[in-house]
Design a protein around this ligand. Structure first.
Ligand SMILES: Nc1ncnc2c1ncn2[C@@H]1O[C@H](COP(=O)(O)OP(=O)(O)OP(=O)(O)O)[C@@H](O)[C@H]1O
Ligand SMILES: [Mg+2]
Length: 273
């Protein structure tokens, strides 16, 4: 008997992954506005989790908490079994968390290669640890060529790039540097079709390595269904649905979001009545 006729289904790395991140009861207020009201979420080794929610639902705020940009008001974050609290973005970075922010992609005054190596600069051997700019330039050019990102020059200031080019560099940098968790907040929002494809492929490559776990926010469900293993819906400051992508569909997700929106509208109207 031969088993060769039946090639094994590739198992997604997420299927058997250990939890790398556990978020319990995370809350966040801005003044009187309670944005996160107790977020419970987990992320397994090698998994790609999509975060879905209306504008203003709190997705970016949540990502900024995970990346050390905002401090939570309550709840806990457990990374690799250890409770953590990040003092800064740099601090989260040193613990393996890289982020592409929706609104803070690159440092405009720095060049392409400086942005690419930000926080992970190469230095020359020797006691002074001088920056090895030549090597960083060369590697930056090589890397961007490899992944097909077009920029005028690796010496161009980020401020001179188009929005899409900036976003591509930001994603390329994060993909390259993330060692545990990659947080992508609408990484495709400024991208044309070619660049979107390029970024999707880059993220898929990273996820197929099983090395890094990813949380991605995107309003385009087709992107999420292509990239993700699992989806969480954020609504009213909580996660209201946790579903495997293969157990749902774009149609079902759209219907869920629309009916949640209708319910909210009714609540507002009833409160006003
Ligand atoms: N620094 C801040 N200070 C005060 N309010 C804030 C701040 N950041 C976000 N908010 C408010 O918190 C709420 C959630 O914002 P957030 O950016 O997290 O939403 P989002 O789910 O990412 O939305 P979108 O899909 O539009 O990006 C909004 O009402 C927003 O105005
Ligand atoms: Mg946002």
């Amino acid at each position: 008997m031969s088993t060769a006729a039946q090639p094994a289904e590739p198992t997604p790395p997420a299927a058997n992954g250990e939890p790398v991140l556990e978020v319990r009861g995370v809350t966040k207020r801005f003044g009187a506005l309670s944005v996160l009201r107790g977020i419970d979420l987990n992320l397994r080794q090698g998994e790609v989790l999509g975060l879905v929610g209306d504008n203003g639902a709190g997705k970016s705020t949540f990502v900024k908490i995970l990346s050390g940009f905002h401090r939570p008001d309550g709840g806990e974050i457990v990374l690799g079994g250890q409770r953590v609290s990040f003092s800064s973005v740099e601090n989260a970075r040193t613990q393996g968390i890289e982020t592409v922010y929706q609104d803070l992609a690159l440092i405009p005054q720095l060049s392409v290669f400086q942005n690419l190596f930000l926080g992970h600069e190469l230095t020359r051997l020797g006691p002074l640890r001088l920056l090895n700019k030549g090597e960083m330039r060369k590697l930056a050019r090589q890397y961007l060529d490899d992944i097909n990102v077009n920029v005028p020059s690796v010496d161009a200031e980020a401020a001179q790039l188009s929005g899409g080019q900036r976003q591509a560099i930001a994603v390329a940098r994060a993909v390259r540097s993330a060692s545990k968790i990659l947080l992508l907040d609408e990484p495709l929002s400024a991208m044309g079709a070619r660049e979107s494809r390029l970024i999707i492929d880059l993220v898929k490559d990273l996820s197929s390595s099983g090395r890094v776990s990813i949380i991605v926010i995107d309003h385009n469900y087709a992107h999420l269904f292509e990239l993700c293993d699992r989806l969480n819906i954020m609504n009213g400051g909580r996660i209201t649905l946790d579903v495997q992508v293969h157990e749902t569909s774009i149609e079902e997700l759209t219907e869920l979001m629309v009916s949640a929106y209708r319910r909210q509208l009714e609540e507002v109207q009833n409160a006003g009545a």
